[in-house]
Write a protein that binds this ligand. Structure first.
Ligand code: AMP
Length: 452
């Protein structure tokens, strides 16, 4: 079944339920058909969209699926150069940059017979260096990703999710697809603003939050929180980056969720693993997800099998990237991890972020988790800084009030091995982050190098 057919089935199944606030499934289909008619594209052609997470963007996604076109959502945060590169690379037939005046035409009859293995979506990964890479995703892969999310986050037709993770990122698209597969409601929020998110949660009775850890951090520390009714929220999930144990506990306290999962995945293969019970094992990435096989190779890197129903089939126009990432049917994630005594997976960090200090490996996430538990620390990133004697020394970049001496004492009193303690602390006002909430460690490393 392709995504046009999926949409049709959902609209036939429960026309009375809300697909978006104020728009029942029964009204969604005619709207999508008119927009699809106005796009004027042939099946397989690329429709590029540079819009934030407004309702129109989600409607355009479904219209592209209805027309059998390839939806190419591009970040509004890209520079003109990057945008030009992506538009040229994908060979966009149509480019939409204005939310006003959605295209409208005669109702499109729908490409209902399109092969589900055809491409439905092209996402550009937000690599921190080099050219962005196009990741083509098939109808079948995104449907499988949507179903696995619905199953593993426990969604049903009564669920309403906050649609604020960018629709140009795999989390945003799968939130939309998962909700509409099960007959739930997608509550769009155009751009991140924690006060507005709290207002929407209360007003729209949002039941499920699937966000990057940074966004949870903003929500649970917001001054409006005590005045807002967030009791409708029953399911929490985070992805895109690791969450500290301190933040897991705070989220569990604030929302008392029935479901609280860590969803470890990527654009290339949507879900790698699921840590099912975060309050019980904060930060744990758990077991391979329903469609996935994982293995740890000798270097400690995590590889995922490309036989997953959720997997891509290789990058767009990038044989060089395929060669680097794909080995004998396995996808090299670039992440390192280890298993605990229960056989559960823990992510240690990116292969490139590993610090080697005095010949010992130090994983930034482990040190960050300890530092984040100090009450004076708002946020922290740990990086390796070139050091004549040690090769690299561990440096903590901290947002918060605590002093270097206090933090060092805190580390000494923690289970962290002594040699992993930061040798240097730097205090800043904020940390650079990508749209999916990843701390841009490479940028921090470059900055410290430039200062040295
Ligand atoms: P992206 O394709 O932009 O979603 O990035 C995928 C990468 O994000 C993964 O390879 C990990 O490095 C990181 N990532 C995604 N989810 C998690 C998670 N739950 N915990 C830790 N890192 C994550």
């Amino acid at each position: 079944m392709n995504l046009a057919c999926s949409l049709l089935a959902a609209c036939e199944r429960h026309p009375e339920l809300e697909a978006f606030p104020g728009i029942p499934y029964g009204e969604l289909l005619p709207r999508v058909r008119r927009i699809a008619g106005g796009l004027g594209v042939d099946p397989g052609e690329r429709v590029a969209v540079v819009l934030d997470n407004r309702l129109e963007t989600a409607l355009l996604y479904w219209a592209a699926q209805w027309a059998g076109a390839v939806f190419v959502p591009l970040s509004w945060r890209l520079s003109e150069d990057e945008l030009d590169y992506c538009l040229g690379d994908c060979g966009a037939r149509v480019v939409l940059r204005e939310a006003d005046g959605l295209p409208a035409g005669p109702e499109h009859s729908g490409e209902l017979d399109r092969d589900e293995r055809e491409i439905s979506l092209l996402l550009y990964t937000s690599g921190t260096t080099g050219r962005p890479k196009g990741v083509p995703r098939s109808h079948a892969a995104d449907r499988a990703g949507g179903w696995s999310q619905a199953l593993q986050h426990g969604y049903g037709s009564a669920d309403r999710t906050l649609g604020v993770m960018p629709l140009y990122h795999t989390m945003g698209i799968h939130s939309l697809v998962a909700m509409h597969l099960v007959g739930g409601c997608f509550v769009p929020q155009a751009r991140w603003d924690a006060a507005e998110a709290l207002r929407l949660i209360e007003q729209q009775r949002v039941t499920s939050l699937y966000l990057a850890p940074t966004l949870f951090h903003d929500l649970v520390h917001h001054p409006d929180l005590p005045r807002r009714d967030v009791s409708s929220v029953r399911a929490l999930g985070y992805a895109g980056a690791a969450m500290t144990s301190t933040l897991v506990r705070r989220c569990a306290d604030v929302f008392s969720p029935e479901v609280f999962v860590n969803h470890y995945g990527s654009t290339e293969i949507y879900t790698f693993s699921i840590g099912r019970d975060q309050p019980a094992k904060p930060g744990c990435a758990g077991r391979p997800a329903v469609n996935t096989r994982l293995r740890l190779v000798e270097t400690g890197e995590i590889w995922a099998h490309l036989g997953s129903d959720e997997a891509f089939g290789g990058y767009w126009n990038r044989p060089d990237a395929d060669e680097k990432a794909i080995h004998d049917g396995w996808y090299a994630t670039g992440d390192t991890g280890h298993l605990d005594e229960d056989g559960d997976l823990w992510i240690d960090g990116r292969v490139d972020d590993m610090i080697i200090s005095g010949g010992e490996n130090v994983h930034p996430l482990e040190v960050e988790d300890v530092l984040a538990a100090h009450p004076g620390v708002v946020e922290v990133a740990v990086i390796g800084v070139p050091d004549e004697r040690l090769g690299q020394h561990v440096t903590a970049i901290v947002v918060g009030e605590a002093s270097a001496d206090e933090l060092d004492e805190h580390c000494l009193a923690s289970p962290l091995a002594r040699f992993k303690r930061p040798r240097e602390y730097r205090f800043v006002d904020s940390l650079p982050k990508s749209a999916s909430g990843k701390i841009l460690r490479r940028m921090l490393r470059d900055e410290t190098r430039a200062e040295a």
